[in-house]
Design a protein around this ligand. Structure first.
Ligand code: ADP
Length: 255
């Protein structure tokens, strides 16, 4: 069973969206539990999940499928989206705004009440099986004006915002995920809270829950707290030596 610690009403909301065959959009910074949540909900609903990490080279064929050449000539291979449509599974597109516009166009007829997927290459028009659900996520922090999702796309989705959990919740997550004791979990969450408050540094992203868990892993393997924090929490946040040193001051103050 996948462990997921809810932060609000997201479980009920996702379930209600699933019951009504509505697609879901999850916004939130990296490492705050979006992927874990989708995996957990898929388990709860008893549906398979196909996850695609989107990037700017992702083509519609990567999602829908392509003809391949085998020993007996060419044959068609479904992409993850098509598989999910046929099987009634969840298709989760992580960082969907990274994908090219022509890629997201195939999502439109699937995201409204038509629930269909035209496959140009084979001439098929697939009707999504009952359990099919489209779930997309994106990180508003990375979003450039150019790449932002179009309103016509966004308005098709039930949307939820994720953020770093409240300290008490995050402590439970860090403890359960890493197996560390509650005192260390609290210390790591305190550190993250302090780091997240630092606004004057040009950080692209704040320290995520994922980084806290990695730090606890390293400490469990015998690294000193300061070394573990540097390697798993501070260095991943910035390449700038001055910033790294400033963030390390926060670590020295707490460990
Ligand atoms: P995202 O998809 O938002 O980038 P993930 O879902 O991969 O982030 O979360 C990163 C890690 O943080 C997970 O592997 C998990 O260990 C932990 N995590 C974050 N939030 C939660 C949560 N609410 N419940 C359980 N684990 C969580």
């Amino acid at each position: 069973m996948t462990f997921y610690q809810p932060a609000g009403n997201e479980v009920e909301l996702f379930r209600a969206a699933a019951e009504n065959s509505l697609p879901v959009l999850i916004k939130g910074p990296t490492g705050c539990g979006k992927t874990r949540f989708v995996r957990y909900m898929a388990e709860q609903l008893g549906r398979p999940v196909y996850t695609v990490a989107c990037h700017d080279d992702l083509t519609a064929s990567d999602l829908v499928g392509r003809h391949l050449i085998g020993p007996e000539g060419t044959y068609w291979q479904d992409g993850p989206l098509t598989r999910a449509v046929r099987e009634g599974a969840i298709c989760y597109l992580d960082e969907v705004v990274e994908a090219r516009k022509d890629t997201t166009v195939v999502l439109h007829p699937l995201a409204d009440d038509r629930r269909e997927l035209p496959i140009e290459r084979t001439g098929e028009l697939l009707q999504a099986a009952p359990g099919f659900m489209l779930v997309v996520s994106y990180n508003p922090g990375y979003q450039s004006l150019l790449k932002g999702m179009k309103p016509s796309t966004r308005q098709r989705f039930v949307s939820m915002s994720f953020d770093y959990p409240e300290p008490e919740v995050e402590q439970v997550i860090v403890q359960k995920e890493s197996g560390c004791d509650s005192a260390l979990a609290k210390q790591l969450v305190d550190l993250a809270t302090s780091l997240r408050k630092l606004k004057d540094h040009d950080l692209e992203e704040a320290a995520s829950t994922r980084l806290l868990i990695h730090t606890a892993y390293l400490m469990h393997s015998g690294m000193s707290p300061v070394e573990a924090c540097r390697a798993a929490m501070i260095e991943p946040l910035s390449d700038d030596a001055v910033t790294v040193n400033a963030l390390m001051e926060v670590v020295y103050a707490l460990f």
